[in-house]
Design a binder for this molecule. Structure first.
Ligand SMILES: [Zn+2]
Length: 241
C-alpha cells in the first residue's frame, strides 16, 4: 500500500492518542478507591450482621433480667411476710421455729437469685457495650466510605474528561486519514492488543520491540518513502521517523 509520509505520521499520531486513551481506561478501572470501597463494604456487612445478632442478644438478656428481678422480688416478699409474722408475736413456738428455718433458707435462696441477677446484668452490660462499639464502627465506616466515594468521583471525573478530550482529538486526526489506511490501522489494532502502528526507531520496531534484520533494513532503505511498511514480526504498520 502507498501512503504519503504525512499520512503515515497521522497514523502514528492516532496511535499515540489511542495509547493515551488505553492508559486512561486502565487507570480508570484500577483506581485504588474501587478496591478500598469493596473492602469497606465487606466490613460494613460483617459489622451490620454482628450488630443484628448483638441487638437480638440484648433484647433476650433484657427479658432474662426482668424474669430474674421478679424471682428476687418474690423471695424478698416472702421473707418480709415471714418476718412480719415473726414480729407479730402471735405465732406458736412451733410456728416460730418453722418461720425462722424458712427465713434462713429463703435468705440463702435470695442470695443465689441475686448472684444470678448480677451475672445477667454483667452479660447485659457487655452486650450493650458491644452494640455501641459496632454502631460507632458503622458510623465511622460510613464517613470513610463517603470520603472515598468523593475521591473516586473526582478521580473518575478527571480521567473521563481526559478520555473524552483524547477521543475528540482522535476523531479529528482520524478524519484526516484516508479510509483504506485507517481501516488497515483499525484492523491491525483490533488484533494487536490496541497497537496498530509503530515507529521504526533505528532498526527496531517500536510495536514488538524486535530488531529488523540487516537484509530487511537494506530493503526498507531502498523503498520509496511513500511505501507503507509492515513489521515482519508483528505485522503492524511501521512508520519511518
Ligand atoms: Zn514489530
Amino acid at each position: 500500500m502507498q501512503a504519503s509520509v504525512a499520512q503515515q505520521l497521522l497514523v502514528l499520531e492516532l496511535q499515540s492518542l489511542d495509547n493515551k486513551i488505553m492508559q486512561a481506561d486502565t487507570k480508570l478501572k484500577s483506581l485504588p478507591e474501587i478496591e478500598q470501597l469493596l473492602h469497606i463494604d465487606k466490613r460494613v456487612s460483617s459489622a451490620s450482621d454482628e450488630l443484628a445478632t448483638v441487638k437480638a442478644e440484648v433484647e433476650q438478656i433484657g427479658l432474662e433480667l426482668k424474669r430474674s428481678e421478679v424471682d428476687v422480688e418474690t423471695v424478698t416478699d416472702r421473707i418480709k411476710k415471714d418476718e412480719a409474722r415473726l414480729a407479730s408475736g402471735n405465732a406458736t413456738p412451733k410456728e416460730l421455729e418453722q418461720l425462722q428455718h424458712e427465713i434462713v433458707s429463703l435468705k440463702k435462696r435470695q442470695e443465689e437469685l441475686e448472684e444470678i441477677e448480677l451475672e445477667i446484668m454483667i452479660r447485659s452490660d457487655a452486650a450493650s457495650a458491644r452494640s455501641n462499639t459496632l454502631t460507632t464502627d458503622l458510623t465511622s465506616l460510613q464517613t470513610l466510605k463517603d470520603e472515598i466515594t468523593g475521591r473516586l468521583q473526582t478521580a473518575t471525573g478527571e480521567i473521563s474528561k481526559l478520555i473524552a478530550d483524547n477521543n475528540s482529538a482522535r476523531a479529528a486526526v482520524a478524519s484526516k486519514i484516508e479510509k483504506p489506511l485507517l481501516d488497515l490501522y483499525e484492523k491491525i489494532r483490533a488484533n494487536g492488543g490496541g497497537v496498530g502502528a509503530a515507529a521504526l526507531v533505528g532498526d527496531k520496531c517500536n510495536g514488538c520491540n524486535l530488531a529488523i534484520n540487516a537484509v530487511e533494513m537494506e530493503r526498507i532503505k531502498s523503498l520509496s518513502k511513500d511505501e507503507l511498511l509492515r513489521c515482519e514480526e508483528c505485522r503492524r504498520i511501521l512508520v519511518r521517523i
